[in-house]
Design a protein around this ligand. Structure first.
Ligand code: SF4
Length: 648
């Protein structure tokens, strides 16, 4: 048997009836899509070809990529979207394979600021305010526990944010090998564990940072698996974006070392230039209705700020003490590099240095507790394909997987956006019986959503539809919105009546965080949650608690978002089909994510409503509907009521 066939056969045998899992787990049932995915990953690991795999909820995709890695003996990085998913892989999925399939070493790497820094802890100890805090004392007690690995997310008690900020590790303030605590350092231990692990679990941000640093940050590897890979373009855009904020500059200028070694007049000049720069930026920026606005040309005051900081840097270099201990010298040099990087970023961003390849924009960042919003200014790449191709896909074999990568069985859009070349492709069928268990409701509505205009009649109709649906489903509903404005309009029209009728209403337009909203939703009777984009994905409510997902409209990017607008304009200028090849596929994949909230297990039932009649009237509507799971389709609310009547 050739190596590829052999690798495929090994993992297929593990996962099929009679295999290693079946022999040990009572009631084990093989899942064909999972076997197919594991075979594809095994093939990719063996022949070094990339793989693109779309696998729906219920496929068991973590096992389908972890198992082939373990069986191949190769070393792999597994990158997923966020810390919660990293923890699920590391504390749940990996131990499962270690227990039932094969022992192997694994490591979890989070960003440095997630770990306890022993030096910072030591510096805080003499400060009475912290020393007397019970949580602080608790952290000290943990130092004696062998199982504690320094991960501040895994503490068995709540740690106040301010204390966490003071005792967390910070790359800018770490002398690494020259640090007196290096031998016991949790960050060092975590990195050493990763050096000998076969599977290292990271998040997208760390992976992209590592790519930018030419592989310096993370251990050597034979292959990379990117889970939740539909985020890759956005995450890469974020990682390759340079951003400058007033706070970034203030924090640097507030550094003790900098203040000690810099001439006060020089420092004052830099502080004044900083204040002047941001107030000028505020004056010249026209925000309109959104919090983002393009920066069309260089800002003189920004370039002056860069020069003032350049002077600070020169002074730091010329005043560097001749005698310093090694640790102090490392931190001093880091400070000079940090100042230098900031100067370069300010020149790039506020100098609008590379308009051919970047889009420049100013953002107003809302502040909490009634403070003035602050500004930030960024230079984002117009395209991430070249960078990803050169630094990732041309160098190593990548398996990219998610529930939403393909449209009508084709990966064309995804390939084009991230720059992945020749790859094995696999679209797996839904793991659940949508035809039997779900209804897709798209009503004919009199009014269509319009961007940026007052649209009272549309909001009236939308609220009426949502109210009818909630009553039909007896709550147990997610009402998902593409904008805060629409959420508020519908809330105003519905909240009082629904509350009086005994529904338990929750809204993302409140002080409650996502986790708490979700907890209350799961435990509340007749709960209805008004949610924004963060509820469209990564949310898992199983069973009857969620029986209706109603989406206000197709999730197109707002046309006046500077990054989106610049990307569209570039395609227009090149004579490309910007709507069909970019705007529409992007919206379809997002919609598929929202739709994926409904059925989470084989026995779940529910209604998915998309209250956007453009799906019925516009030329692209059919394409959108066709890309969704094969639920029964209806335009009639009576059929929705009949579906739920069977349910109670
Ligand atoms: S080496 Fe860095 S992270 Fe570790 S204890 Fe020292 S300063 Fe903290």
């Amino acid at each position: 048997m050739d190596p590829v066939s052999q690798a495929r056969a090994v993992v297929a045998h593990d996962l099929r009836q009679g295999g290693i899992l079946d022999q040990q787990l009572e009631g084990y049932e093989e899942r064909l899509p999972q076997v197919q995915m594991a075979e594809a990953v095994a093939e990719s690991l063996t022949n070094g070809q990339h793989a693109l795999v779309e696998a729906q909820t219920g496929t068991g995709k973590s096992l389908a990529y972890l198992l082939p890695i373990v069986r191949s003996g190769k070393i792999a990085l597994v990158a997923t979207a966020n810390k919660a998913l990293q923890e699920q892989l590391f504390y749940k999925d990996i131990p499962f394979i270690q227990k039932y399939v094969q022992q192997f070493e694994a490591a979890l790497i989070k960003g440095m600021s997630n770990y306890l820094c022993l030096k910072h802890l030591d510096e805080e100890r003499p400060l009475q305010h912290y020393a007397q805090n019970p949580a602080f004392a608790h952290v000290n007690d943990l130092l004696n526990e062998e199982t504690f690995d320094g991960d501040l997310d895994m503490l068995p008690f709540a740690l106040p944010k301010d204390i966490r900020g003071r005792i967390a590790a910070d790359g800018d303030d770490c002398a690494w090998r020259e640090c007196g605590f290096y031998s016991d350092c949790y960050v060092r231990k975590m990195r050493e564990r990763a050096q000998t692990a076969q599977i290292v679990v990271v998040n997208h941000t760390l992976l992209l940072l590592d790519i930018l640093m030419e592989g310096w940050l993370l251990p050597d590897r034979d292959a990379i698996v990117i889970d939740e890979a539909h985020h890759l373009e956005d995450e890469a855009t974020r990682a390759f974006t340079a951003t400058v904020t007033p706070r970034r500059i203030e924090t640097l200028l507030g550094q003790r070392r900098l203040r000690e070694h810099c001439d006060p007049a020089q420092l004052e000049a830099a502080i004044a230039a900083n204040v002047f720069c941001w107030s000028r930026l505020e004056e010249v920026t026209r925000f309109g209705t959104r919090n983002r606005a393009p920066l069309d040309g260089p800002l003189e005051e920004g370039l002056r700020l860069a020069s003032a900081l350049e002077d600070v840097k020169r002074q730091l270099q010329s005043r560097k003490p001749e005698v310093m201990d090694k640790g102090e010298e490392t931190l001093y040099d880091k400070l000079v590099t940090r100042t230098s990087n900031l100067v370069a970023d300010i020149r790039l961003v506020l100098g609008v240095k590379d308009p051919e390849n970047r889009v420049y924009y100013v953002e107003r960042v809302p502040s909490r507790r009634g403070r003035e919003p602050s500004l930030s200014v960024s230079a984002a790449p117009l395209s991430v394909t070249e960078m990803l191709t050169e630094k990732l896909f041309d160098r190593i074999s990548v398996v990219a997987t998610s529930a939403t990568l393909a449209i009508d069985g084709s990966f064309k859009y995804y390939r084009g956006r991230v720059g992945i070349g020749d790859a094995q492709e696999l679209v797996l069928p839904p793991a659940f019986d949508y035809e039997r268990n779900a209804v897709l409701y798209v009503p004919y509505m009199k009014h269509e959503p319009t961007f940026g205009k007052e649209n009272g009649p549309y909001h009236d109709e939308l609220a009426r539809e949502m109210g009818d649906l909630v009553r039909a489903s007896h709550g147990r509903a997610f009402l998902l919105f593409t904008s805060m404005r629409t959420l508020r309009e519908v809330w105003e029209r519905l909240a009082e009546d629904l509350t009086n009728e005994g529904y338990f209403l929750l809204s993302q337009d409140s002080e409650l965080g996502r986790a708490e909203l979700l907890r209350r939703f799961k435990t509340g009777e007749r709960a209805v949650l008004f949610g924004l984009r963060s509820f469209w994905e990564g949310i898992d409510v199983q069973g009857e608690a969620l029986s209706l997902v109603a989406i206000d409209k197709l999730p197109f990017d707002p046309p006046d978002d500077p990054v989106h607008e610049a990307r569209v304009n570039r395609m227009k200028a090149a004579g490309q089909n910007w709507f069909g090849d970019y705007v529409l596929p992007q919206a379809i994949l997002r919609l598929k994510q929202g739709v994926g909230r409904l059925l989470r297990t084989r026995t779940d039932r529910g209604v998915l409503a998309i209250l956007d009649s453009r799906l019925l009237t516009k030329f692209y509507g059919k394409q959108v509907v066709h890309a969704l799971p094969p639920a029964k389709r209806t335009t009639k609310i009576e059929q929705v009521r009949a579906f739920f009547a069977d349910d109670v």
